[in-house]
Write a new protein. Sequence first.
Length: 363
Amino acid sequence: MTDVDTLLRPHAEQAFAHEIAALVAADDRPRPPAWQMSPWAVVTYLLGGTLPDGTVITPKYVGPRRVVEVAVATLATDRALLLLGVPGTAKTWVSEHLAAAVSGRSTLVVQGTSGTSEDAIRYGWNYARLLSEGPTDAALVPSPVMTAMREAGIARVEELTRIPSDVQDALITVLSEKSLPVPELGSEVQAAKGFNVIATANDRDRGVNELSSALRRRFNTVVLPLPATQDEEVEIVTRRVAQVGASLELPEVPPADEEIRRVVTVFRELRSGSTLDGRQALKTPSGTLSTAEAISVVAHGLALAAHFGDGVLRPADVAAGIVGAVVKDPVADTAVWVEYLESVVRERDGWHDFYGACREVSG
Ligand SMILES: Nc1ncnc2c1ncn2[C@@H]1O[C@H](COP(=O)(O)OP(=O)(O)OP(=O)(O)O)[C@@H](O)[C@H]1O
Ligand SMILES: [Mg+2]
């Protein structure tokens, strides 16, 4: 057994094994076939709560309860779940945690790319065995989808719309017939009760390989929204940075609410094209400025503060990261950034040090 603490990034079911075990033990509600806990317990696992025995379940996802309930309810039906949203809205993260909570296994993943082949969704062959034995059960290499069908698991398909349309269509039989034919063996794999699929797709990729209407009908689509308020986004960044910092074993840096709030403010203002008070219109940069990027900017700032600074997160520790996140296109975005810096950052009370730090890294 691997010691989970030595892993750079444990899977959800490893990192939160104690929470999952406590939920399973406390859960006396009805469970769909093959689920290790009830839908109610899955929602509690995602959104957090305290169990009767005092076990604290940490929130994994911060967002509307209803969104999570709809997603979990979908998995208990015969329709698959499609998580849709702009980049960095936790689609992959939610998909992993849902699979971990429902089936205890989040690792049956197909990573969608333009090069994803049908084999990755259906099955392939071990060629050495295929040549020596011909097509046999032993020579067949199941895809994660096939394994999930056999073992009543959840298969995850990441970035579904990046997969070429004709390859996507391999999922149609799986989702409508719940069966995967293997013509070479004259057999099929029929899905066990409890099997389902969670796919993720990015709003911005729309048009790359639009989902066929036949496939779309097999999915219930749940849109993961951007954080509704500044406070919510600050909470997400604070929580995730603490987790990331702990897993990287960064030296302890005191909570830096002010600096996190500032990063989130810059991101929200540039993302929405207006200052938070609504008084001033702003140009928006080409990048997405997602919550995920805000988390990396702060985590990187903490590493700077811990190893090269005075152990406190300072404006200079986040300035370079912010500029890097905002300026993706060196010409157009630099103009947007400089305008924001000079017309907003410079004038704002309490932002003087931050302004100076940004000037220094903006060259
Ligand atoms: N509402 C949220 N609650 C909790 N964590 C969040 C939230 N939004 C973003 N995050 C965090 O942002 C990070 C990135 O999320 P993730 O990779 O799942 O995004 P994504 O939607 O799959 O993005 P992409 O479209 O780029 O694949 C994760 O660490 C996740 O914890
Ligand atoms: Mg993703």
